[in-house]
Design a protein around this ligand. Sequence first.
Ligand code: HEM
Length: 416
Amino acid sequence: MQTATSDRPRSAADTTPLDKFDVADPRLFQDDTIESYFARLRREDPVHYCAESRFGPYWSVTKYKDIMSVEINHKVFSSDVMLGGITVRDLPMEHRRPMFIQADPPKHDEQRKAVSPIVAPTNLARMESLIRSRTQEVLDSLPRNEVFDWVPKVSIELTTRMLATLFDFPFEDRHLLTWWSDVTTADVTAGGPIDSDEKRSAELMHCYAYFKRLFDERQALPPRNDLVSMLAHNPATANLPPMEFLGNVMLLIVGGNDTTRNSMSGGMLAMLQNPGEWKKLRESPSLVPNAVSEIIRWQTPISHMRRTAVADFELGGKSIRKGDKVVMWYLSGNRDEDSIERPHEFLVDRRNARQHLSFGFGIHRCVGNRLAELQLRILWEEILARFETIEQAGPEKRLFSNFVHGITSLPVRIPG
Ligand code: HEM
């Protein structure tokens, strides 16, 4: 139940002056209070300027339609790594890695085309039975009547197996993919093992060495249907400088990992907190594809993408200047009351459920969106086929990050 605004106790989001708002503070995501700040920005200052923050000055774009304007105007809003790339934090120059998500046309388009065949409909159809048998195996191995953590046992295990398949990566070493993904996205102030950009770069050199060996092997073989072979045989990616090759590998690892993982965890949490929606799904399993889109909207696994203005632009009545940093908060756009009906409710039968912002829009729209939906559809079909109910057995824990909207732990119990 939503509490009427006037009945709610006043929170820090209500009392902090707008010019002191810094919605890129990772603590707001970890303690799950970020939506109260976004709600106020959507109401009072939808294109908001933060003059001072740990990340320097930046604009926050919080409404669905304004986010779309930024996405489609890619000639004004650049993703170029040398201008700062796609996250609110500017990495120090020596730690920046070019990759096609951090590039503008024509380079972006050429490199994106090199890997797109991995998600061609024929390839997805070919992968479906493998994804299903792995999902069945993982779900069948879960303990009954015992508390376990859904995140490592299901979400991480399934996404890591999938990633190993996409790269045709040695299966026994697949945990390295999860590690390199976590290394890439770690916030250096989170108190984890990657507490400096130097440590991150050093770890990623192991990733480079491993993938370079695979790349050389695949280049000597005829083209195959995996991402490394695609990079090795396409003229746009076959001869990249070492750090750009590493950049694209990092993109593909993170792209396919954190996002799907957190949709698997966020979807389970949403169902546990909305048992009526799980019941609806049990009674009408044909709703699963729709429920998958709703899960992806609800979780919004990537909180933001950033652009840099390369020309002046008017947005929502504000003057963005050439050189300004502009952050599109998908997490907020997906809760925009003016564009999404009843946005604060999780509804497996929502109309137009696929019209969310979680995959972005425009030329950078997620390459892997159909694959992610396929994995989640199969997961929920197999959950429904096995478990009448699952219980939450403790509070969830959330990631300290303003970029990956993640759940790090979700204790559950399967009665039986
Ligand atoms: C791009 C989200 C799954 C690979 C993106 C973008 C977002 C996103 C927000 C940037 C869009 C923009 O700037 O407009 C997600 C979500 C996923 C998911 C929420 C799961 C629920 C995947 C998977 C793969 C993947 C499974 C791997 C095969 C990529 C790549 C890009 C991308 C390569 C860069 C596209 C470009 O720059 O042209 N994704 N993603 N993603 N995603 Fe995903």
